[in-house]
Design a protein around this ligand. Structure first.
Ligand SMILES: Cc1ncc(COP(=O)(O)O)c(C=O)c1O
Length: 440
């Protein structure tokens, strides 16, 4: 090339959730099964969409207009439907002009970060869902500024320390909140949300709230940003990948709150919309079916059944983890994830690969020759090679507390318990010093 194509010093962008997959394939190629706990796709984990939902999609497919482009910001009737829903929570009141559709929330996230001035920073939680970390890192060329979620307090942040970070870093103009949270499954209580909003108000910041799991709180109550935001500007991100669930539809949207409260924030919203215009629009079909699905008389029951099932699996997991020494489960109250975290002193020497049968041991050794990564990635390799469970290291979520994330997605309870058996077998050999060989 005549010129270098990428900017100098561009940091590596990695996506821990998917990177581990090739290792799982290696294990499968040796004839050993893998339980895939690395990805949050309910459909892949066996969730069957109810027939009434498929009927709505099938009916719309017969409508010729679903094959065409739609308005740049999205179908007006669907945006109106969503605005009415937000308004019904009794706080923030928006119109259909305050909503813009994207090809999945991942698309919205990438667009939002790409538009910010490189002088400013988004303060984000640690751990964080990697799409946010990756987009911020790509933009600023260094690790994002973070506030800690505390596993000792159900993974809630300490708002005093958030305030201190904001005070000390004048470059911060945005607070990211993921509620319910991925990877921890933590759900924000109203009090903490109000404190975060107050920090934004005090320091003239805006809030980005990722609420893609808003209707998947299975232990506790969801308080939406719309209810607590008051007069502070915010971008609230939502989507259907997890909820309906239809991740393959690539459909998500941003809601603009208090757009008129700040000129710069208003300009950012306008810029987001202008960029959408240059791409023409987002996928039409999912927007077309969305009101019919969310308003269907059976939709609430569908969600309730999913939530009950998630509660059951979270309880089973928490019960089993109690028997382990030095690894704990906090959070797991919303979304469909659970993290198991260790003490910060956890190190590679805590993992004894000699307990593995020969072939699995060889596999593990081939993955870890000259290993210089984080200790939780080492643990993930061990659990995958030895127990056949593919988890994700918390370090992949920009988190310094070692741990792993699993999902509560498995639809068949026996299969879920089998996954737990395998996982416990692997974890017991590391944390409880069990010497027995793992049977894959
Ligand atoms: C917190 C969070 N935000 C956004 C997304 C992206 O969702 P989408 O499928 O709409 O791109 C995910 C997907 O896992 C997520 O967990």
């Amino acid at each position: 090339m005549r010129h270098s194509l990428l900017p100098e010093g561009l940091p590596e962008i990695s996506y821990g959730i998917r990177q581990i997959v090739s290792k799982g394939f290696e294990r499968e190629a040796l004839g050993y099964p893998v339980i895939w706990e690395n990805i949050g796709d309910p459909v892949q984990k066996g969730l069957q969409l109810p027939e009434w939902m498929r009927d709505i999609v099938a009916e719309q497919i017969q409508d010729n207009s679903t094959y065409g482009y739609c308005d740049s910001k999205g179908l007006p009737e669907t945006r109106q439907f969503l605005a009415d829903r937000t308004n019904s929570y009794g706080g923030q009141q928006i119109t259909k002009e305050d909503i813009t559709f994207f090809n999945g929330l991942g698309d919205a996230i990438a667009r939002f970060y790409s538009l910010l001035s490189n002088k400013t920073r988004v303060l984000m939680p640690s751990p964080t869902y990697p799409a946010h970390t990756g987009a911020e890192k790509l933009r600023i060329g260094e690790n994002p500024l973070t506030y800690e979620l505390n596993p000792g307090n159900g993974w809630l942040p300490d708002t005093d320390s958030v305030r201190e970070i904001v005070q000390n870093h004048k470059e911060i103009s945005c607070l990211l909140i993921i509620n319910p949270d991925n990877p921890t499954g933590m759900v924000y209580p109203k009090k903490v949300l109000l404190e975060m909003v107050q920090i934004a108000r005090e320091f003239d910041l805006f809030i980005v709230a990722d609420e893609i799991y808003e209707n998947l709180v299975h232990d506790g109550q969801m308080v939406r940003m719309a209810e607590v935001i008051g007069d502070v500007p915010a971008l609230v991100m939502k989507g259907i990948s997890k909820e309906i669930p239809w991740p393959g539809s690539r459909c998500g949207w941003i809601e603009y709150y208090n757009r008129g409260a700040d000129e710069q924030f208003n300009n950012l919203c306008t810029r987001i919309d202008q960029c959408k215009m240059t791409e023409v629009c987002s996928t039409t079909l999912p927007q077309k079916v969305l009101p019919g699905i969310l308003d269907h008389p059976d939709y609430e029951t569908f969600l309730d059944e999913r939530k009950q099932y998630l509660t059951k699996k979270a309880r089973l997991l928490k019960e089993r983890v109690k028997s382990l020494d030095g690894i704990f489960c906090a959070g797991a109250r919303g979304a469909f994830y659970a993290t198991l975290h260790t003490n910060e002193t956890f190190s590679l020497s805590d993992v004894n690969h000699n307990v593995l049968p020969e072939k699995q041991q060889d596999l593990f050794k081939s993955w870890t020759a000259d290993f210089d990564g984080p200790s939780d990635l080492y643990l993930v390799y061990f659990l995958l090679a030895g127990a056949g469970v593919c988890t994700v290291p918390l370090s992949g979520f920009n988190c310094h507390i070692p741990g792993i994330r699993i999902t509560l997605l498995e639809q068949d309870l026996d299969t879920f318990e089998h996954m737990l058996d395998q996982l416990m077998h692997g974890l017991e050999s590391v944390f409880n010093g069990k010497k027995s060989l793992i049977q894959a």
